[in-house]
Design a protein around this ligand. Structure first.
Ligand SMILES: N[C@@H](CCC(=O)N[C@@H](CS)C(=O)NCC(=O)O)C(=O)O
Length: 216
């Protein structure tokens, strides 16, 4: 049975790996599971066939036989629960890793997304100059707290897990070297994630969609 995920046919980020299919690609690469990618246009994402898979008309989705999933966190959790290597076996450590997965998506990602969406959709509005420092401060709050907890550790809680995979992809969405540079341990944490061979393979595959390598 082939696992099929969906990704943007034309990603707004032009292949720098911010779109959330990157999370799924990376998780599948970490566990050594092959997969196929169906590219979808913005129109196709809002059409009935895709809405049947994902009611909110977004990517990514995940199909494996009769099973169809959406939400990047749920998909990564599913992959981690069905393959070794992304969640610790010991029940307490496993529960803590899942807690960090939720923290990445529910606590750290929202202010980062709000800030980046405002830059895209509001930067020409009269209120934006006053709003931007507020949005930056909310992101800094989360980065400061995360930086304090991470300290000098390589990963969030013991060995690399699905929690780090999600957290690194969430933090990459800050997409601002100056802001991230204020937190050297977070910048190094992101770099550690990006240096993983599975990350590199996932990144190259999503980039190939935009650079037509090996073929369009
Ligand atoms: N919470 C969702 C967010 C999904 C999401 O926002 N996907 C973006 C791409 S990264 C998308 O499809 N945007 C197009 C749209 O919302 O119309 C998840 O983690 O899967």
């Amino acid at each position: 049975m082939t696992i099929t995920i969906t990704a943007f046919e034309h990603s707004p980020d032009r292949g720098i790996g911010l779109a959330r299919d990157m999370r799924i690609r990376w998780a599948l690469e970490e566990v050594g599971q092959s997969y196929a990618v169906r590219l979808v246009s913005f129109e196709a994402m809002k059409a009935p066939a895709h809405l049947a898979l994902r009611p909110f008309g977004q990517i990514p989705t995940y199909e494996d036989g009769d099973l169809a999933l959406f939400e990047s966190g749920a998909i990564v959790l599913h992959i981690a629960q069905h393959h070794a290597g992304l969640l610790p076996a010991e029940p307490g450590a496993r529960a803590r890793a899942i807690t960090w997965m939720f923290a990445a998506l529910n606590t750290v990602e929202p202010p980062i997304v709000e800030r980046s969406m405002a830059i895209v959709t509001e930067s020409d509005r009269p209120w934006f100059a006053a709003r931007q420092p507020i949005l930056d401060a909310r992101v800094r709050d989360r980065l400061s707290q995360l930086s304090a907890r991470l300290g000098t550790s390589d990963w969030l809680d013991g060995p690399f897990s699905a929690a780090d995979l999600l957290m690194v992809t969430v933090l990459r969405r800050v997409n601002n070297p100056t802001l991230l540079g204020e937190y050297p341990n977070i910048a190094a944490y992101i770099a550690r994630g990006e240096a993983r061979p599975a990350y590199q393979r996932a990144f190259a595959d999503q980039l190939a969609v935009f650079t037509c390598i090996p073929a369009c």
